[in-house]
Design a protein around this ligand. Structure first.
Ligand code: ASP
Length: 464
């Protein structure tokens, strides 16, 4: 009898849990583990500086180093492959999606709906962040001693963010979205610029005679198909890569630092959970049609692989190819809707980030004793929602933009140093929300355009 095959998302989840367990064990027992092996300075050993102290290093220590380096290699290789795909996938699939619509008015309708939806969820998420941070007040009642001892190891990075803050303004961000040199944008992976230029090129193709446009559209279609196929293949490696990434993250960060900032972390995670488990499924249930509803179960089944990759990579740009695949092959959105909405979403739709920024600003204001009036809170909401649009979908992308929001209400930007210590793990969580927002958008836009396959059709497609 053939053994039933485990679904991919379960395999990835198992990889994640095992990786976290291994990382936790290494982080907790590492010093004790190396000692009996004859290696007194494991850090130096790992850094290839095998000093005299390690001259008697045992083969077991060598094996441990090999395993640690191998897991790092596997994780990094996977992320590199995904990043390699991110630029071509946006470029080709967005040009194809826009040009294939044929009629600029159709694009206007779909684009308009998508942007309104994204702005709405961004605003709601930021307002949620300000509200729960005000209600639970994680920054109040912390003793001066605890405050001083908060991990501020990232001061240099905070200062850097402070410097960049001066360079960011609404006008500049809008201007920067338009590239002066498309090749430059591609070479530097400037996602917002690539999105805008692909839409413009696609629009150009709809304005010339069909027979002239066809060759270019077909080339884009072929490339878009090919890269998506590569993603499907790559996903077979995802469980192992996720294992390696999680082992590395938990191994190096440990859990100690979360205790001091526990309330703050709980508020962030709670807010993200409300968006993910309440707001998104409610919106998809309300805004898809009877007979072909995207309820809770369908939404999470379809999005799970992208969520796990987002969690372990902290990068919605790197996860984009997987998000697109999930929207198309697991959720059942048509190719053009999936390409269009996900590509747009990677820079326009960052609800997790918007909520996070709102919580951080409110938390730091409480910590520094800055009183926020209702008008201030409204300003924070608007700024967090609109600035989340410019956040690059990379690990720690929020930090640079955060300084602008802090500046606007007079909270010292150095405060960023306090939250840096726990930022990575919260980053993993908000990236999950960011990519889930894109599949939520695909479900709603595809349903409204009559381009959402039913669950039965998706299942048949999977068997074929
Ligand atoms: N890491 C997030 C993302 O890629 C961005 C952020 O820092 O909020 O979606």
């Amino acid at each position: 009898m053939e053994r039933p095959r485990l679904a991919l998302h379960w395999k990835i989840l198992i990889g994640m849990v095992l990786g976290a367990a291994v990382g936790f064990a290494v982080n907790t027992f590492a010093p004790e583990m190396w000692g009996p092996l004859g290696v007194r300075d494991s850090a130096a050993y790992m850094a290839h500086r095998v000093s005299d102290a390690n001259a008697d290093a045992k083969p077991v220590a060598w094996v441990m180093r090999f395993v640690a380096e191998l897991t790092q290699f596997v994780g990094d290789l996977f992320l590199r492959c995904l990043r390699f795909i991110a630029v071509p996938i946006v470029l080709f699939s967005l040009i194809f999606a826009v040009a294939n619509l044929g009629d600029p008015r159709k694009l206007g309708r779909m684009g308009g709906k998508t942007i309104v939806l994204f702005l709405f969820t961004g605003f709601v998420s930021a307002a949620l962040g300000v509200t729960i941070a005000s209600v639970f007040a994680p920054g109040e009642g912390m003793s001066a001693e605890v405050r001083e001892n908060l991990p501020g190891a990232g001061l240099a990075q905070a200062e850097q963010a402070e410097v960049s803050a001066a360079a960011i303004s609404g006008w500049k961000m809008a201007l920067d979205a338009v590239t002066t040199n498309p090749f430059n944008s591609i070479a530097n992976g400037q996602m917002l610029q690539i999105v805008v230029m692909s839409i413009v090129i696609g629009l150009g193709l709809t304005m010339i005679p069909k027979e002239k446009a066809r060759p270019a559209i077909e080339v884009c279609e072929s490339f878009a198909e090919a890269v998506l196929r590569l993603v499907q293949l790559l996903m077979h490696a995802a469980p192992y890569a996720v294992f390696a990434l999680m082992a590395g993250i938990v191994g190096s960060f440990g859990v100690g630092v979360f205790v001091a900032l526990a309330k703050y972390c709980l508020v962030v995670v709670g807010g993200l959970a409300i968006i993910l488990f309440v707001i998104y499924p409610t919106l998809t249930t309300l805004l898809t049609r009877r007979g072909n509803k995207v309820g809770w179960r369908r939404f999470f089944r379809a999005t799970a692989p992208a969520q796990v990759v987002a969690f372990s990579s902290s990068s919605s740009a790197a996860t984009l190819p997987v998000t697109m695949e999930c929207a198309r092959d697991r959720l059942g959105a048509s190719e053009d809707v999936a390409s269009f909405v996900c590509s747009l979403g990677v820079s326009f739709n960052m609800d997790g980030t918007a909520m996070y920024q709102a919580v951080v600003v409110t938390f730091l204001a409480q910590l520094y004793g800055v009183d926020l009036s209702f008008a201030d809170k409204l300003l924070v909401t608007i700024m967090a929602a609109s600035l989340s649009i410019g956040v690059p979908g990379i690990p720690g992308g929020s930090l640079v933009v955060m300084a602008v929001v802090l500046d606007s209400i007079g909270v010292p930007t150095q405060g960023i140093a306090i939250i840096l210590a726990v930022d990575r793990v919260l980053d993993m969580c908000r990236t999950v929300v960011n990519v889930s927002g894109d599949t939520m958008g695909c479900a709603i836009i595809a349903a409204s355009e009559g381009k959402l396959k039913t669950e039965a059709e998706v299942a048949r497609m999977g068997e074929a």
